[in-house]
Design a protein around this ligand. Structure first.
Ligand code: PXP
Length: 242
């Protein structure tokens, strides 16, 4: 089955709106786990706008499923990741003005540095994913760094209209085939919802999706466990596909 990582950043966004304790991020993570999520994903941003250092520490202690830490490849956060020891780190670009992660990481522009960052994580037993646009140059560069995974940015697909939807899907499918050929494991994420997920899940070879905003938004109305299960139900239709 294609696995589901639930990104719970926006539970922390709501908590930080009042700088209090509610809604509790650990309760959210455990409910996702109970609902069948395979992984919890959080992004410890340099500006700490939602997830805080303590959240990541506590999640590492209480989770039974994998913890995937999204992060910029900067020294401060790299040191925190080495201390926390998540199962995986997903390296993302970070721009302080952005509302959310806007584009993929430019791996091709920093192969040497990211190779060294990846090798240090591997020595610590932490797997590495590169969050990239579905672009052949970025796929090849990611393979060069020795990364275990690429996570293909599905934001352009999620925002596309009419015939652009198909061309964005084609880009994702081509990047996925290229990455699989290079020995990378392929994940996808950003902007995925119950409605636009099936077309991505139908592409052969997909390992995992990471979904945040649409699950947390849906949870406001139906509760977190149901919101997670709605996505798992979509993914289960593709369980024999890979
Ligand atoms: N994957 C990565 C690498 C991301 O940066 C994000 C957004 O934080 C997501 C997945 C989840 O995106 P969304 O919240 O749009 O589902």
């Amino acid at each position: 089955m294609i696995e589901l990582g639930v990104n719970i950043d926006h539970v922390a966004t709501l908590r930080e709106a009042r700088k209090g304790a509610e809604p509790d991020i650990i309760t959210a993570a455990k409910l996702c786990e109970l609902a069948g999520a395979h992984q919890i994903t959080v992004h410890l941003r340099q500006d700490r706008r939602h997830i805080q250092d303590r959240d990541v520490e506590l999640l590492k202690q209480v989770l039974q499923v994998r913890l995937n830490l999204e992060m910029a490849a900067v020294d401060e956060i790299i040191a925190i990741a080495h201390h926390i020891q998540p199962s995986t780190v997903c390296l993302v670009p970070e721009n302080r003005q952005e509302i959310t992660t806007e584009g993929g990481l430019d791996v091709a522009g920093q192969v040497e540095r990211l190779t060294s960052v990846t090798s240090d994580f591997h020595k610590a037993g932490i797997k590495v994913s590169m969050f990239i646009d579905p672009d052949p140059e970025q796929v090849d560069a990611s393979a060069q760094t020795g990364a275990d995974y690429v996570e293909l940015h599905t934001g352009a697909y999620a925002n596309a209209h009419d015939k652009d939807i198909l061309s964005e899907l084609d880009r994702i499918a081509a990047a996925m085939a290229r990455a699989l050929n290079s020995g990378l494991i392929v994940n996808a994420g950003h902007g995925l919802t119950v409605r636009n997920l099936p077309a991505v899940a139908a592409i052969p070879g997909l390992n995992e999706v990471n979904i945040g905003h649409s699950i947390i938004a849906r949870a406001v109305f139906v509760g977190l466990e149901d919101a997670v299960q709605e996505i798992l139900e979509v993914l289960s239709a593709y369980s024999d596909h890979v």
